[in-house]
Design a protein around this ligand. Structure first.
Ligand code: ZN
Length: 340
């Protein structure tokens, strides 16, 4: 391995990483045990397949099923703080220098009736403490779920608007994009944009290319989560290039969810070479059992040159929800590593 392929050593950026998909199975198991929470199996090794992809055949519902035990699980503040701290610690360990960590406050709040505002405070305090301890910068993106009823989403969105840009840099809508339209979110998305938060929307992952058009043209999204389906519509590729929309691509996740048939068939590199602002991200590192370095290795094996990987990182800098001066600092930090 040449120094240029030592991807763990590369300072990296992750713009698309879910806290819910970053929970160590060991921690989950320990929390369940110490709180007396009943699980469908009795040992850590037996629990793992409920939480992580091993040699599961690629399948979207199977991937989503790995979140099942985690939802409505969160018993107390200490548990939520611990997983938040560890998610940032794990990113730092992989030499991610800038992380935009996303999560749905209601995911952690609704099982035990916590206030979304309290969850926000717990997650951010713990994650920022880890960031300080480990020398990484972390910012937060709030998620809502398309498939959640709006009675669940609205208290979360209200708490995010209340917390504002001091706590969040962006807002995202994830979840089932085939059966649940974005219409109920339209008035909220307007308020989110007005509040100054960046907007990223999961689109064109399981759903069609048209969802990416909707995210870009109707909702003026700054970034798209995945968006791989734009290859079905040449005019969308042109629109993406013209608008400079950031595409948060997650290669391994897309293979595991059967969004693409193989790493080699993933359109990320081809879109990058066509001028789309493609970035590389981990999505759900614990569920996929990967690090961002693994993703860089996967990209390299699927055809990305070293220069193209650096271009993808430069795209991450460009589309990070940061001000210009912070983006310049970040780019300088990446450049100084590659100069030595
Ligand atoms: Zn995602």
């Amino acid at each position: 391995m040449t120094a240029d392929q030592d991807f763990r050593a590369w300072p990296k950026i992750d713009l698309h990483r879910h806290l819910e998909g970053s929970i160590r199975p060991e921690t989950f198991f320990e929390i369940a045990q110490t709180r007396g929470i009943e699980l469908p199996a009795q040992t850590l090794e037996e629990i793992r397949p409920f939480l992580q992809i091993a040699d599961d055949p690629p399948d979207f519902p199977n991937f989503l099923g790995k979140f099942k035990l985690l939802s409505c699980f969160w018993p107390d503040r200490e548990a939520i703080e611990r997983v938040s701290y560890e998610a940032v610690e794990d990113a730092a360990h992989d030499n991610v220098v800038y992380l935009e960590l996303r999560y749905a406050p209601v995911h952690f709040a609704r099982g035990r009736g916590f206030k979304p505002a309290d969850v926000i405070e717990w997650v951010h305090t713990a994650a920022r403490r880890a960031a300080g301890d480990r020398g990484i910068r972390v910012e937060f993106i709030a998620c809502a779920g398309r498939h959640f009823p709006m009675e669940i989403n609205v208290p979360g969105i209200e708490a995010v608007l209340e917390a504002g840009p001091e706590e969040f840099v962006g807002f995202d809508i994830a979840g089932d994009e085939i059966n649940f339209p974005l219409d109920p979110f339209a008035p909220w998305l307007e308020r989110i944009k007005e509040s100054g938060l960046g907007l990223t929307l999961h689109a064109g992952e399981a759903g069609p290319a048209e969802n990416v058009r909707e995210a870009m043209a109707r909702f003026d999204a700054d970034r798209i989560g995945h968006g791989v389906r734009i290859t079905d519509d040449e005019s969308l590729v042109e629109m993406a290039v013209e608008r400079g929309t950031g595409f948060e691509m997650c290669l391994t996740s897309n293979v595991q969810t059967a969004t693409v048939p193989s790493l080699q068939a993933h359109p990320a590199r081809s879109l990058l070479t066509q001028g789309v602002c493609v970035t590389l991200n981990s999505d759900d590192p614990q569920i996929s059992r990967i690090t961002l370095s693994d993703e860089f290795k996967a990209a390299s094996e699927s055809g990305f040159s070293s220069t193209e990987l650096k271009a993808a990182l430069a795209n991450s800098v460009k589309s990070a929800f940061l001000n210009e001066s912070d983006r310049n600092d970040l780019q300088n930090r990446l450049n100084s590593y590659h100069k030595t």
